[in-house]
Design a protein around this ligand. Structure first.
Ligand code: AGP
Length: 597
């Protein structure tokens, strides 16, 4: 999603703050960049398609300016082009925007009838033109913002310059994230705190329908026409200077972060006084709501609760859940899973559940993210800043938290037996012991080339192995662009097996003793049709089955197995993308946090 930065402060810092901020927001995914700043009494705008370096090459970093805004664009309306890149200007107003103006067409028509012309295809240009129109008709920027917000349908985080006011920036916020970084005689504005956390650890978060004026050493924030006080927060849990260290990309580094994260996570949550635990006994129903990999982690959570607690769990895509009839009440716990805590669909569901008075719990990585402020309970993933668009440590941390929730749940129901506690301690100890050596073992797949020139490949599994197949398939396709699908192993023969031809790669994940032989049969069906079969199974299940390749995974035990089993597929995806010389951390078309629906 789009990234926004703004700065007002020391004139020799502005260019560096803007470019540094945009660099730290690159992980969000983008196709063009731009900045605007006051210079010699004019607003100068520079915009470039492609990577941030294209912009850096044309920016004069020695320019002295006290005010500036910047943007990385992830196209929603209008193709990637310099014309559609932000900042956009109309009259006195120059702005950057993250979000979607849903009623842009009707607003554009109204403005065109007033004689205003447009040069881009974007909704943002319509927003800027409306701001300028209202300013020209009121000559008062705060009033103009109020009148603009009252006409917009959609989501927005906007930072803008008014040529008439050379000592402040303006902000408006609804649904898309926007934060102020509070410095000494300087103020930062950004979509997320990673853009300014190297300069200040104090910030405040704008909430929906808030807007205001930001100056060097103070700000005035309004809501519904009244000035409001904003609490200052301190940044915690965010390693601002997370860097790639010796790794060639963040994805590779973040996979190797997993062992340390898990160790700290289990230690933290085993201390029942370290966090607020729900009174689980009141809940007769659990619903898990998420997107993408977070949804896949929720699928593992479902398997854990149903297998060990004998308790049914529903898992829903947030993009579906938000528009369906929701069957939830005071005896329902809705668990939202989101690494960023800013995913638009997931947040919309959390707002709906909150409005219904239903209890909710967030499993989230970013401290103080929007989602973490919408739920009754928050379980932080404590995975540190995840910068690769393709989540790895985030997913693994989410699955680990579901093991923790299961243990807490069953303890309260008095069903967590001594045997289960022994299984938990033994499995955790084995997982933490073998995970690092195993990672190194999964750094070499001699058969990667056999995946690359195939029209598609498949991942199959049963129960939690099916949930793992979904995540393994997504990992591969999102970083390598190879077409990949995941199927319940028993489903392949109900249609999709028609796609299996000579050398079609089929990965079978079979770590579940109970269904191992069934999945083996499915593999033989594939083999009989010439498929290229890769079996991922436990060292304790491995037998002499005739397959093309094997990935052997240590048997840690069913409570923790999923956390172990996904690792070779996370590394496989990285190696395939590396072999294809792709931008592993910033895959095309993707964003780290999907803040639009
Ligand atoms: C995962 O690799 C993808 N980047 C994507 O599916 C992601 O999991 C999804 O967009 C949800 O993001 P969130 O966890 O920040 O809500």
């Amino acid at each position: 999603m789009c990234g926004i930065v703004g700065y007002i402060g020391q004139k020799e810092k502005t260019m560096n703050v803007l470019l540094n901020g945009l660099e730290r927001l690159e992980y969000r995914g983008y196709d063009s960049t731009g900045i605007a700043y006051f210079h010699k009494n004019n607003v100068e705008i520079l915009k470039k398609t492609g990577k941030l370096n294209q912009l850096k090459n044309v920016v004069n970093k020695n320019i002295q300016s006290e005010i500036g805004i910047g943007h990385t664009r992830w196209a929603t309306h209008g193709k990637p082009s310099e014309l559609n890149a932000h900042p956009h200007c109309c009259g006195k107003i120059t702005a950057v925007h993250n979000g979607i103006i849903e009623n842009m067409n009707s607003l554009k028509k109204k403005l065109q009838d007033e004689g205003i012309s447009f040069i881009s295809d974007t909704d943002t240009e319509v927003l800027v033109a409306l701001l300028n129109y209202e300013y020209e008709h009121t000559n008062h920027m705060v009033t103009a913002m109020e009148r603009t917000m009252s006409q917009i349908i959609g989501s927005y985080a906007v930072v803008f310059i008014n040529e008439d006011d050379k000592d402040c920036l303006y902000v408006m916020k609804k649904d898309s994230p926007l934060l102020l970084g509070i410095g000494n005689q300087e103020t930062y504005i950004a979509s997320d705190m990673s853009a300014f956390c190297e300069f200040t650890n104090q910030y405040c978060i704008l909430d929906d329908e808030e807007y205001g004026v930001v100056e060097k050493n103070h700000y005035h924030i309004y809501k519904d026409g009244k000035e409001i006080k904003k609490d200052i927060e301190k940044i915690e849990g965010l390693s601002c200077l997370s860097n790639k260290e010796a790794y060639d990309c963040y994805m590779h580094k973040e996979i190797y972060d997993i062992p340390k994260i898990l160790k700290e996570l289990f230690t933290f949550y085993e201390d029942e006084h370290s966090h607020l635990i729900p009174d689980y006994k009141k809940y007769h129903k659990i619903q898990i709501v998420a997107c993408g990999s977070a949804y896949h982690a929720g699928m593992i959570g479902k398997c854990l609760f149903e297998q060990f607690a004998n308790f049914p769990v529903e898992v829903e895509y947030a993009s579906e859940y938000r528009y369906k009839t929701i069957f939830a009440d005071e005896n329902t716990l809705v668990i939202f899973v989101s690494q960023s805590g800013e995913t638009a669909d997931t947040i919309a569901c959390a707002k709906k559940i909150k409005s219904m008075g239903v209890d909710s719990l967030a499993i989230v990585n970013v401290y103080n993210s929007t989602l973490s402020r919408l739920t009754n309970y928050v379980y932080y993933m404590k995975a540190g800043e995840e910068r690769a668009v393709a989540t790895t440590k985030g997913y693994s941390s989410q699955v680990a938290i579901f093991v923790i929730l299961l243990r807490e749940w069953m303890k309260q129901q008095k069903t967590w037996s001594k045997e289960l506690e022994a299984m938990y301690q033994d499995g955790k100890e084995k997982l933490l012991k073998v995970i690092t050596p195993c990672l190194k073992q999964y750094e070499h797949f001699s058969w990667i080339s056999n995946l690359i020139n195939q029209p598609s490949n498949f991942f199959i599994g049963r129960r939690s192995d099916y949930a793992l197949s979904m995540e393994a398939s997504l990992k591969l396709k999102e970083v390598s662009y190879l077409n990949s699908s995941a199927y319940a192993a028993g489903e392949l023969k109900h249609g999709t097996i028609s796609l299996i031809e000579e050398k079609t790669p089929v990965f079978a994940i079979a770590t579940d003793e109970y269904t191992y032989s069934k999945t083996k049969s499915n593999l033989m069906e594939v083999k009989a049709r010439g498929g290229y079969v890769i079996l991922a199974t436990l060292d304790t299940l491995d037998d002499s089955i005739d397959v093309d390749e094997k990935i052997i995974i240590p048997d840690v035990n069913p409570l923790f197995q999923s956390i172990m089993t996904i690792l070779p597929f996370q590394l496989l995806s990285y190696h395939v993308a590396k072999k294809l010389k792709l931008d592993i951390d910033h895959p095309r078309n993707l964003a780290k946090s999907v803040t639009v629906e």
